[in-house]
Ligand binder design. Structure first.
Ligand SMILES: C[S@@+](CC[C@H](N)C(=O)[O-])C[C@H]1O[C@@H](n2cnc3c(N)ncnc32)[C@H](O)[C@@H]1O
Length: 155
């Protein structure tokens, strides 16, 4: 279990996306990966979050940015964009977000979304959707894992 010591206090992480779910998501990655809203799981080649609390894996780059306010000049289009965004984003913000994801993908690139909504958008053809169940049959997570292909269509 992850622990952080700060003076007289010890902080113990008690809830995190289960390792097996992260491994399943990572098994779907193709080519160069942009992780938008990476949080403490900077698993792509370029990882973006509004706050940079994570530590980079394999020397990959972490960029602190607000994806809605900062212009992300990444200089490349990616094969995969993965995102585990805040699940309470309202409908209009989701639409802006899908727009930003499309902007960073190559045509035919893959958008992998871990959220309670589907990436329904002009930009994407939905290919696969996974719900996560425990072997007990009880749902393990409130989210779906969606895999969609960027069509190259634009507004
Ligand atoms: C559900 S958490 C992601 C958790 C991550 N998968 C992990 O395991 O740590 C959503 C993340 O989105 C980030 N975030 C929220 N709004 C953002 C924005 N406008 N731009 C960039 N990142 C944002 C938050 O800082 C948070 O780390």
């Amino acid at each position: 279990m992850e622990e952080t010591q700060k003076g007289r206090y010890k902080f113990v992480k008690v809830r995190e996306c289960p390792k097996e779910i992260k491994e399943f998501i990572a098994s779907k990655f193709q080519g160069r990966v942009l992780n938008l809203c990476c949080g403490t799981w900077p698993c792509g080649h370029i990882n973006v979050d509004i706050k940079t609390s994570g530590s980079a894996l394999n020397g990959n780059k972490i960029i602190q940015a607000d994806i809605f306010k900062d212009k992300l000049e990444l200089g490349e289009k990616f094969d995969t964009v993965f995102s585990d965004p805040p699940w309470n984003w309202p409908y209009n913000i989701r639409a802006d977000f899908h727009n930003i994801v499309a902007h960073h993908l190559k045509q035919g690139g893959v958008f992998i979304l871990n959220a309670p909504w589907l990436p329904r958008s002009l930009f994407f053809d939905l290919k696969e959707v996974y719900a996560i169940y425990r072997f007990s049959g009880l749902p393990a997570n409130a989210s779906l894992i969606s895999i969609a292909e960027y069509t190259g269509r634009d507004l």
